[in-house]
Design a protein around this ligand. Structure first.
Ligand SMILES: [Zn+2]
Length: 60
């Protein structure tokens, strides 16, 4: 009799994104001035490019 071994994965919570701290968004300075591209002091909320807004660290 062959018993198939099942590996059960424990449900662990997803790791928070290291970049946005599980916020899903990053505030960053944006560049203004067309070609000159000098940083403005204003900041804008941007979608976190690491987790794509999910707030979870991407798993490979
Ligand atoms: Zn993120």
């Amino acid at each position: 009799m062959v018993t198939k071994k099942t590996t059960r994965r424990p449900a662990k919570p997803p790791a928070p994104c290291p970049d946005c701290k599980s916020d899903g968004q990053t505030s960053e300075t944006f560049l203004v001035g067309g070609r000159k591209k000098h940083e403005s002091t204003a900041r804008q909320e941007a979608l976190c490019m690491t987790c794509l807004g999910t707030g979870e660290a991407p798993t490979p």
